[in-house]
Design a binder for this molecule. Sequence first.
Ligand SMILES: O=C(O)CCC(=O)C(=O)O
Ligand SMILES: [Fe+2]
Length: 365
Amino acid sequence: MALRPPPPPTIDPANPNIWRWEDMGLTLIHNFITEAEEAALINGFHAHESQKPKQPTNFSTKKRISQHFGYNFDYTTFSASPDRYTPIPDYIASILPRLPQVLPGEPFRLPDQLTVQYYPPGSGIPPHVDTHSAFGEALYSLSYGGAVPMQFRPAGPNDARKMRLPKRSLMSTAASPEPSSASSSPRPASSSPPPGTSSLPPSSGTSKKEEEEDPPAWDLILPPRSLLIMTGPSRYGYVHGIRSRKTDVIPVRMLEHLGQVGVTGLGLVAEQDNGEQDTVTPTERAEEDGEGEKVVVAPRRGRYSLTMRTVEFETAGHCECAYPGVCDARIRQEQLEEQRKTAQSNGQCASTPSDASETKTDYTT
Ligand SMILES: O=C(O)CCC(=O)C(=O)O
Ligand SMILES: [Fe+2]
């Protein structure tokens, strides 16, 4: 199926590279870094990978490979410890001061929890909501290498249900990936099941048929060297993910829209399998899909992303967002309340609020 274009963005009249979806708090800035900076980031990733004290990285794997810098996040306590810190290399640190402050009126802290991910061609990340309570509102994600479409949809009742499953895992549901607790730890496989199709386990008593339809999703192409910024609804109330697939069927109108604002070279079809540069523009490859839409079938390339978040030390574990259905802090409160009620009905002491930080969940970011 062809990608579904996003709602029309507002293009910044002063800088056509900047696309905004103001009602969603979503921004995409094209050409945010130069090709030289992109090359430095890619070289830095591979140099760091080669220094890992383990067997050589298998780049032909289908799994994402990740590297963590800055504060290490501990998912058993749901907090970051100021004394567990992996130094941030220069090729990443130099990007941070250039990030736009997107929350006016709030003091701007440079992101201090950084995750670099390499997505081998065809791999993705399950649909998820990044953990609300652990990080500041603004999430930044810089893309480099190949382009990839990121899928967005408003979080729905199925997501809320899945986030309340006792054994939620990144493999199976709308959750909240990354970062994992230790720096450079391997991530779960990213390929299955396809986002949006995960079903509840039989023990939940809910059959696939009884599940409500997810709200419709749309795709945002993240070209290499672009910066995605999520705040507000897109940060707290939308699910985002990348489908695992070898090729994307891209409507030509999506490519033309990118071309109009000076974005060329998606990295998707820039190189042929024989390694030669491909001089044919993507739109020249267009064909019609079954519905008469002009599309380009573009093979996925290896893609890298640098996700930048700010750890909340002060307010860790709390969140007052408008999306309690998919809010980790609200879910923990609900669980505590249930435990308290159960304890009361069993005639035991109710648990104290301090249990909150120890509640065992397997939420990742
Ligand atoms: O690869 C990306 O751009 C985003 C990854 C992501 O959503 C995450 O790590 O939470
Ligand atoms: Fe995410």
